[in-house]
Design a protein around this ligand. Structure first.
Ligand code: FAD
Ligand code: NAG
Ligand code: NAG
Ligand code: NAG
Ligand code: NAG
Ligand code: NAG
Ligand code: NAG
Ligand code: NAG
Ligand code: NAG
Ligand code: NAG
Length: 567
């Protein structure tokens, strides 16, 4: 526990008195910004759990933590001011820039986009007090559970953070009832429960849930609100498809239950309508399944040139339907290490399949790959309960990096019609110098994600016809200048993404809002498709004053980039 960073408030920040006017959130220096006495009052209401948020690298330095600790998912989840993609802690655009990295020098450590204060809430009541306080004083708020967010949405400049990491309850039932209908076996989890704890607790019950591969992601945080994909989605659908109920503190501070019967409009929005835009989820209930054995199969493929990589990726596209009959889920990481060292790691999860059968399922693709001159190494399998095998990184994730993403859901039809185009696209991206392409195989013609298309929720329909979700990633060292960082962001949006978009054809193929470019030009259509208008209408009911605004989220077009002033 990093109690050391949880320094109780002993007085308000220095304030200069001027007003930005009613169209802006109240910030330090504004006349409406809460006085020290008011912050103290909030601190009493939450029983001393209001904390000053220290930039993560500074907190790290204070306790002498190591670089690997600073870059660990558990550290990032347990320090309020920390993000996996720590570039989002930085304010590159202020003059001078306000930055704080692990190797910062002397006193040069700025608050950046790190919140000012946090309510460290172990209960919904603390969240309610924080939300009421923020509404009353028109504060900028941030909501954070794990800090995994790739779009920088769980840290906000000059904000009060509603920190849900310590909402840790887990409870199972064999019959979850909504409106007198028995929805069967389910688990209710607090918003701070990481997947490691949830997979382990489910195992004890002989159950399994739909969850991702990174064990520090919070199932009942942003993950499910975005949609939530899993290696088991081809079998069981998206996390949002399996969500049965949410408990959520809405902008007026009320704790409401949203399910098919109660606040069903909010329930619809919380399943796919985007993270952080609806209120603070304190708990969510998910369907569970009897657990099962799986084989996890992994291998590394090394390629010597972008052209050879393109040929291998074309072969992969040709084989991508090989794994459908067993509903396998596949993760795929292509790293643009300096040639001759382009590396692809494949990790495929096969339910109810032996190691031998899994190897046989991969063999035709590997045969073609070898014929193209690429090297396959370290082919490995592990077989056991899904709960254990899915946790390939153990109880922590190594996640810390400067990173930005852009992505597209790739329709199955492209894989059927034009495998050459897919290969050429990868060649071009590698030649452009993009650092990494990640692909997650999520669905299939036979898959449950497609079959769940009749569920009425805010999940964009593009998920239902997608074969994969392809993510472009760019990274940079801490020493990059703000101008260099801006250039990489520009290139992601305007140089790399158009290559991927061209592959998907004329129509907008959609993108997954949790793993995406926060600068996505037409995010309303790209993330939410035909659901956007209804999402705006539901937001007007539950959050009429836009307390919960996040980058590229519903209603964010009404605000500046930092969500501090109305446009
Ligand atoms: C290493 C890694 C692996 C990943 N793997 C997968 C994967 O396999 N499948 C997948 O679908 N996604 C995956 N993701 C993406 C993941 O779904 C998103 O990062 C997601 O937003 C994480 O939610 P969180 O609450 O844990 O993170 P946070 O950063 O804490 O929050 C993310 C967003 O959700 C909001 N939020 C958090 N808690 C709450 C709450 N209680 N109430 C309301 N809003 C809240 C935040 O404001 C923010 O907008 C991965 C991300 C990383 C970094
Ligand atoms: C820190 O200071 C050293 C010595 O002045 C310099 O070489 C280095 O680049 C600085 N690091 C950062 C992150 O500013
Ligand atoms: C709202 O703020 C005012 C002062 O601005 C204060 O008197 C009042 O108690 C606050 N109410 C709540 C619910 O915090
Ligand atoms: C979770 O389960 C794994 C595998 O059984 C075990 O190694 C680990 O200690 C467990 N972790 C917790 C926190 O129970
Ligand atoms: C998983 O495999 C083990 C070893 O073969 C077996 O004992 C166990 O019953 C299996 N579990 C399930 C849920 O099928
Ligand atoms: C290729 O990458 C491996 C692992 O990172 C490294 O050991 C090796 O030196 C690299 N080779 C070249 C030619 O860059
Ligand atoms: C695994 O096999 C068992 C036994 O045949 C079956 O009951 C179960 O539904 C299967 N699970 C999955 C996820 O395929
Ligand atoms: C792989 O290729 C070899 C010949 O090079 C062939 O004998 C074998 O059957 C092939 N295996 C598969 C699974 O296609
Ligand atoms: C595949 O894409 C390439 C490149 O855009 C194009 O030239 C070709 O006509 C396409 N082929 C088919 C069958 O659509
Ligand atoms: C969707 O269709 C499937 C198969 O036809 C059916 O079993 C399921 O009940 C339907 N779900 C909804 C929400 O309509």
């Amino acid at each position: 526990m990093r109690v050391l960073f949880l320094v109780a408030i002993v007085g308000a920040r220095q304030s200069l008195s001027y007003s930005r006017g009613s169209l802006c959130r109240s910030q330090p220096g504004d006349s409406g910004f809460p006085t020290a006495a008011l912050w103290d009052k909030l601190n009493e209401q939450v029983e001393g759990r209001l904390v000053s948020v220290v930039p993560a690298a500074k907190a790290c330095k204070e306790v002498g933590c190591t670089l690997s600790q600073w870059e660990s998912g558990l550290y990032e989840a347990n320090v309020p001011g920390s993000m996996n993609s720590y570039n989002w802690e930085q304010d590159y655009t202020s003059v001078p820039p306000s930055l704080c990295f692990y190797n910062y020098n002397g006193t040069a450590c700025g608050q950046g986009r790190v919140p000012l204060y946090a309510v460290n809430a172990p209960s919904a009541a603390d969240i309610q007090a924080g939300v009421k306080f923020a509404s009353n004083h028109s504060l900028r708020v941030a909501i954070k559970s794990s800090g995994h967010d790739y779009l920088g949405r769980s840290t906000q400049k000059n904000s009060l953070l509603l920190w849900t990491q310590h909402l840790k309850d887990i409870s199972f039932t064999d019959s979850f009832i909504v409106n007198k209908v028995n929805l069967g076996s389910a688990v209710t989890v607090g918003s701070g429960v990481g997947l490691h704890a949830l997979y382990n607790a489910s195992k004890v019950q002989g159950k399994m849930i739909v969850g991702g591969s990174a064990v520090t992601v919070s199932a009942a945080g942003g993950y499910v609100q975005g949609a939530g994909h899993s290696a088991f989605s081809p079998l069981f659908g998206l996390a949002a498809d399996n969500a049965l109920q949410f408990e959520v503190v809405i902008a007026d501070g009320t704790l409401v239950t949203a399910n098919a019967q109660s606040h069903s409009d909010l329930f619809w929005a919380l399943r796919g309508g985007g993270a952080g835009s609806w209120g603070v989820v304190t708990a969510a209930t998910f369907r569970t399944y009897p657990t099962f054995n799986i084989t996890g199969h992994a291998a590394d493929v090394t390629m010597t040139s972008p052209n050879q990589a393109g040929a291998v990726l074309k072969a992969h596209a040709a084989h991508i339907f090989d794994w459908d009959d067993v509903h396998a889920g596949q993760y795929f990481y292509l790293y643009n290490l300096p040639a001759p060292n382009i590396t692809m790691t494949l990790w495929t999860l096969f339910a109810n399949t032996s190691a031998e059968a899994a190897i046989a399922k991969m063999a035709p693709f590997f045969n073609d790959t070898r014929a193209l001159g690429a090297t396959i190494s370290d082919e490995r399998t592990s077989t056991g309960l899904a709960n254990d095998i899915v946790q390939h990184s153990g109880s922590d994730d190594s996640t810390g990096a400067n990173a930005i993403l852009g992505s597209r859901l790739i329709p199955a039809s492209i894989y059927q019609s034009n495998q050459s185009l897919i290969g050429e696209t990868y060649t071009t991206l590698l030649e452009q110098g993009l650092y990494q392409v990640t692909r997650r195989l999520i669905s299939s013609a036979l898959g449950k994600v497609s079959q769940d298309g009749n569920i009425s929720s805010a999940v964009t329909p593009k998920w239902r016809t997608a074969k994969t979700h392809v993510i472009l990633t760019q990274t940079w060292p801490d020493t990059a200048t703000p101008a260099q960082v801006e250039q990489l962001k520009e290139e992601l949006t305007n140089k790399h993404m158009p290559v991927l978009i061209a592959m998907t054809g004329e129509t907008d193929s959609g993108s997954y809002s949790n793993e995406a470019d926060v600068r996505e030009p037409n995010f309303q259509e790209t993330f939410f498709g035909p659901n956007y208008e209804r999402l705006l209408a539901i937001k007007a009911i539950y959050d009429p004053n836009d307390l919960f605004i996040v980058g590229a989220g519903v209603g964010s077009e009404r605000w500046d980039v930092e969500g501090l002033c109305k446009l």
